[in-house]
Design a protein around this ligand. Structure first.
Ligand code: SF4
Length: 386
């Protein structure tokens, strides 16, 4: 987190691990001020280092500048090479730092124009919160890949990736910040600055598995039961940078309920299948708890390409559906049957105008130029809680 006090002094506290472990009372007491941004970050092998933790805080001609980024910039590699050639020194390997350098190098006079200058040069997905001095900016890229919400708490405002964060602190949701929106928040005032140049909207089509399981059970006339109890005190398996770590965490994270599973034909509904390792572990666990049959249903189409917009999917070679047939995947998971939702079914389930959704990792139809896969910096994803 970075907090800016009444004198415009910015203080930061960053750490590796779970939020609750990093931000105890002493850390929070050191973060004085009434303007603050925070960030939690997924990590992948090779980049799980403190230097890459956000918000990035830099000294800048208009005062301290802090930036937290949810998403991924697809042209960060080439921009970074250009900047390095011109003498920029990078402190991190994160794509987001490119933005800081572009802002600092802009020749525009006003900080807002410098921000716009920088944003005009980057491609990809970004929901951003930025503080410059005591002013907070909230910005969503013109395609709107990732969400960002505005909420109200007392006289102040809160910006967050997910509305559940607003509920948690007793803030009231005001509205979603739309694609291309650029907001300036100063004290109780929220000003809408001119939007970024318009592009076709491309919200990420991913949804949540619980809703899918409910829908599947309703439609199939089956009883929905929670046969795996999740231990919320273990971090998300997805975040763990190594495969060995992921495998161990599956076991710690889920407890099968033998009373529910024993002798039953079980249909497991999940939102997606990436590498297949976690699901394979779950299936073994369900069988060991006495299930007679295990059927696997995916609430998405097969993932056949990486996401370049902030979901940390692996390279194409590691995506099970990119390299294996349906029958091979079924055997790998060890299930009696396997079924995916079709891409068309997914689009219909998302509702609205399907052209307004990004479904690139399923369809291969990427809405931006993509970084060369070999040169791709597997820089991760993040959520913002402010
Ligand atoms: Fe979402 Fe896939 Fe598009 Fe990434 S590529 S934004 S995960 S639909």
């Amino acid at each position: 987190m970075v907090a800016v006090d009444g004198e415009g002094v910015a203080r930061s506290h960053r750490g590796m691990g779970l939020v609750a472990d990093i931000f105890g009372e002493p850390a929070l007491a050191g973060l004085q001020g009434d303007v603050a941004i925070g960030h939690t970050r997924y990590s992948t092998a090779g980049s799980s280092v403190l230097a890459n933790a956000q918000p990035i805080l830099a000294g800048y001609r208009e005062g301290p500048l802090a930036l937290a980024h949810n998403g991924n910039l697809t042209n960060a590699g080439s921009l970074r090479s250009d900047l390095v050639a011109k003498g920029s020194i990078f402190q991190t390997s994160s794509d987001s730092e490119v933005l800081i350098h572009l802002i600092a190098r802009s020749e525009a006079r006003e900080p807002e124009d410098q921000l716009l200058d920088a944003l005009e040069r980057v491609e990809g997905a970004y929901s951003l919160v930025v503080t410059i001095g005591r002013t907070l900016y909230a910005i969503v890229d013109a395609r709107g890949f990732r969400p960002l919400w505005l909420g109200k708490l007392g006289d102040g405002h809160v910006v967050t990736s997910e509305t559940c964060a607003l509920d948690l602190i007793g803030a009231t949701p005001v509205r979603e910040i739309g694609p291309g929106e650029f907001l300036r928040i100063q004290g109780a005032d929220v000003d809408r600055l001119p939007s970024l140049p318009a592009k076709p909207h491309k919200r990420c089509i991913f949804d949540s598995s619980n809703a899918m399981a409910l829908g599947y059970a309703e439609q199939a006339g089956l009883k929905l039961e929670h046969a795996l109890i999740r231990n919320h005190y273990v971090g998300r398996t997805f975040i763990n940078p190594t495969q060995a770590g992921r495998n161990a965490k599956v076991k710690i994270k889920f407890n099968p309920v033998r009373e529910v599973l024993e002798g039953k034909k079980v249909v497991v509904v999940d939102d997606s299948l990436v590498r297949g390792t976690t699901s394979r572990g779950l299936v073994q666990m369900i069988r060991a708890a006495g299930a007679a049959e295990v059927h696997f249903r995916l609430a998405s189409a097969p993932i056949t390409g990486p996401c370049y917009y902030g979901i940390d999917t692996p390279t194409k070679g590691e995506l099970i559906a990119a390299t294996h047939s349906l029958e091979e995947i079924r055997r790998h998971l060890g299930v009696d049957s396997l079924g995916y939702l079709s891409l068309d079914g997914m689009r219909r389930a998302a509702g609205g105008d399907s052209a307004e959704f990004c479904d690139a990792c399923f369809s291969g139809d990427y809405p931006t130029t993509t970084p060369d896969e070999t040169a791709r910096e597997r820089e991760p994803v993040s959520t913002i809680a402010v």
